[in-house]
Design a binder for this molecule. Structure first.
Ligand code: HEM
Length: 298
């Protein structure tokens, strides 16, 4: 999340920080993605208010999780900045909030994270307006996330590209998880939503490759050595490798399963694959959080 060099931070502290950012990113991208899914699913003839309860439950707990972990993200970042333990870091928080770019971004994010949780836990049934509101608040939080990452060292265009990258990741995860969560509404629903999910996923994959290559170039330049021998480069290679596995599963779904959705076994295999893709993408996010905390070699 912050462009902090991490010479000398205790490994445990760095792991604590990466896990906090991973969980926050996963929860935030899920709320953003499911919000966008619910706000646009009506195009397939399904009103958001009929979405199953487990859809709203997933949004609510993810929204609460991103809010609950945000203070831990702050403590972990301050501890890494000052190279002190979490408890000592707490006394330094006012100074960091007041004097650092990271602190200013955190102050701007906290009320929005609270608003996101409040909007998700509103007692009324989920409708298109509230779903759109969740996606919008989530998008603003993703812009702030991008603005406090390595992108800040490469300028405004890089911040915009990082945001587009994160939004594509969120829409992909949201579409897959959304399809899986609404599958209980019946075979007709799966038959009408699955092709749309596959199209959205295709556009997200293309956007992730383009924006990821841009961000990768900023961090590595055109140096094969930096890609192969720097810790940043190796983390990126692992991330692209896992990404390739997910794209292969998605490609199989699109070519072999989507054309045969009228067959029950085909639908079941598709939903199993979609669940596997979602889990693997959460793992990719872990590598993204690792990248976000590894100093770029350039
Ligand atoms: C070819 C595929 C991809 C490439 C080349 C790529 C490359 C990158 C690069 C270079 C960064 C910047 C990291 C930094 O220095 O802060 C990044 C960030 C990020 N990537 Fe990817 N990426 C790819 C696919 C994905 C996928 C599939 C996802 C998730 C589903 C994803 C999610 C993210 C997120 C959330 C960040 C922001 C991390 C942070 O700031 O903490 N990327 N990616």
């Amino acid at each position: 999340m912050t462009a902090i060099s991490h010479m000398g931070e205790p490994a445990g502290l760095m792991v604590f920080r990466i896990v906090c950012e991973w969980l926050t990113l996963a929860a935030l991208l899920l709320v953003f993605g499911l919000g966008a899914f619910a706000a646009t699913v009506a195009r397939t003839g399904i009103e958001p208010r009929v979405l199953p309860q487990r859809f709203s439950t997933a949004i609510r707990w993810a929204a609460l999780a991103q809010l609950a972990i945000l203070p831990l993200v702050l403590i972990a970042a301050v501890a890494c900045m000052a190279r002190v333990g979490p408890y000592a870091a707490i006394t330094l928080i006012p100074k960091v909030l007041h004097e650092t770019h990271f602190g200013h971004i955190w102050i701007a994010s906290a009320p929005l994270a609270a608003l996101l949780a409040l909007t998700a836990w509103s007692p009324s049934r989920l409708n298109r307006v509230r779903a759109g509101g969740l996606a919008l608040i989530g998008a603003v939080l993703l812009v702030l996330w991008a603005a406090s990452g390595h992108a800040v060292d490469y300028g405004r265009a890089a911040i915009a590209v990082y945001f587009i990258h994160e939004a594509a990741a969120g829409l992909w995860i949201g579409s897959l998880a959304g399809l899986w969560l609404v599958a209980g509404l019946g075979d007709r629903v799966v038959e009408s939503i699955a092709p749309r999910t596959s199209r959205v996923a295709g556009w997200c994959v293309a956007t992730l490759i383009l924006s990821g290559t841009y961000a990768g170039y900023d961090a590595l330049g055109l140096s094969l050595d930096r890609l192969l021998y720097s810790s940043y480069g190796r983390a990126l290679i692992w991330k692209m490798g896992l990404f390739a596995v997910v794209v292969a599963i998605g490609g199989y779904n699109r070519c072999r399963l989507i054309p045969g959705l009228n067959i029950a076994s085909g639908r079941q295999t598709l939903l199993r694959n979609v669940a596997l893709e979602s889990v693997l993408l959460v793992a990719v996010l872990g590598l993204a959080a690792l990248l976000g905390n590894t100093p770029p070699p350039r």
